[in-house]
Design a protein around this ligand. Structure first.
Ligand SMILES: Nc1nc2c(ncn2[C@@H]2O[C@H](COP(=O)(O)OP(=O)(O)OP(=O)(O)O)[C@@H](O)[C@H]2O)c(=O)[nH]1
Length: 378
């Protein structure tokens, strides 16, 4: 790498990672398109004409890269609903632009947080309005089926469960609530399963296994799917490179600026420690104890990670817009994070991969800020 701009660094790294994934998938026959995924894709394709609606669940952080390519453009747009799930993890203003983008193209779309009751209720009302608008069906006797489809880990099962729990079904049916498997690991859903989410008319939601196309043409799409959703195995992609890419994105964003107060807390803490050591009984006073107990994240490691990232960026005297300097900053952050993650020093070279795995986990679960990685040129 020579002295080019930081955006060049991000683009080059994202393309390198994506190309490596594509090559590995081809050379070693270890791609994502397993015989199981091929069978699941066929099963889903066969059901598309039979269901009333297909809800395409996408990751709100990558509304374009997480598109489900199986849904051909000739499918009637009145039966296809695009849901940008995990809205709580995406950049709000960019997400608004994405909503406008889909509106302007006459797609039925909405944003959602499957973990939030109010958000799921709104979505359920939205679905019911779409169902009421269905023509040529007898609403009293028809059973409505809605199939959830999407790429790995976008939250299909979480959404199916939430709709099932909140949906208006009888108390007796609620008693035997079924559950789809929700997991941070992709590819956990193995079968197409149905959950009831409404009565009069009866409404069923079909949860389906995750699918990807056999080939992904754009290297950057591979990288974003891997980075954001863990949709492609990290070992195939290179965890360390993915983490470097994430750090480059974080360093150039404004997200870290929200952690300024962590430095102040650190100052408060060392002041409190000093006071405690000086006190005769070495006990925390009640006020300090209360602060400790009510710490809202209860997660000191996350706070430490945020703090060291913030410190390294704000104390860096290089130019993070320059790729050589940006790389230098990322190296410093890896070292600082090893300490924040309490990794034993004897790990040596293995420390980087452990740091990478932990960092990616924090990013994917939204604990390192809100990002939308698909830029929108409207
Ligand atoms: N923050 C946040 N996390 C979510 C949301 N929806 C799902 N998740 C989390 O995302 C991860 C994946 O969710 P799943 O429901 O298992 O995703 P899936 O699409 O069914 O995944 P497969 O196993 O590949 O079929 C889990 O850890 C969920 O808890 C959301 O709206 N917000």
């Amino acid at each position: 790498m020579n002295g080019k701009g930081s955006n060049y660094y991000i683009k080059t790294l994202a393309t390198e990672i994506g190309n490596r994934v594509k090559l590995a998938a081809r050379n070693r026959g270890k791609g994502w398109y397993t015989p199981f995924m091929a069978a699941a894709s066929r099963a889903i394709a066969e059901r598309i004409p039979l269901v009333d609606f297909v809800v395409e669940v996408r990751d709100a952080r990558i509304p374009m890269s997480s598109e489900c390519q199986l849904l051909s453009n000739d499918m009637p747009s009145s039966r296809r609903i695009i849901v940008m799930n995990k809205m709580d993890l995406a950049n709000r203003s960019q997400l608004k632009d994405w909503v406008k983008y889909f509106d302007q193209r006459n797609y039925i779309s909405c944003v959602l947080n499957s973990h939030n009751k109010d958000s799921v209720k709104l979505f359920l009302n939205f679905l019911q309005a779409q169902i009421r608008a269905l023509k040529n069906i007898d609403h009293s006797s028809h059973t409505v089926t809605i199939m959830l489809v999407g790429t790995p880990n976008v939250g299909k099962s979480a959404l199916a469960n939430s709709l099932h729990q909140i949906g208006r079904i009888s108390a007796a049916e609620k008693g035997k609530l079924k559950h789809a498997i929700v997991s941070p690991h992709p590819g956990e859903t193995k079968d197409i399963s149905s959950l009831k989410i409404g009565s009069h008319p009866n409404i069923y939601v079909l949860d389906t296994p995750s699918i990807l196309p056999p080939q992904i043409r754009e290297a950057e799409v591979c990288t974003k799917l891997a980075l954001t959703a863990g949709a492609i195995e990290d070992c195939l992609v290179g965890e360390k490179e993915l983490a470097q890419l994430f750090l480059a994105i974080l360093n150039l964003s404004d997200e870290y600026k929200k952690w300024t107060n962590l430095l102040l807390h650190e100052y408060d803490k060392s002041f409190a420690n000093h006071k405690t050591e000086c006190s005769s009984d070495r006990q925390l006073d009640t006020k300090e104890k209360k602060q400790y107990v009510t710490d809202h994240t209860q997660d000191f490691i996350v706070n430490d990670a945020r703090r060291v990232l913030f410190e390294k960026i704000s104390c860096f005297n290089g130019d993070k817009q320059n790729e050589v300097d940006l790389e230098k900053l990322i190296r410093l952050q890896f070292t600082a994070l090893a300490e924040a993650f309490r990794l034993p020093p004897e790990l040596g070279d293995d420390a980087d991969s452990k740091v990478a795995a932990k960092l990616l986990n924090l990013y994917r679960t939204g604990r390192l800020g809100h990002y939308t990685l698909d830029p929108l040129d409207m």
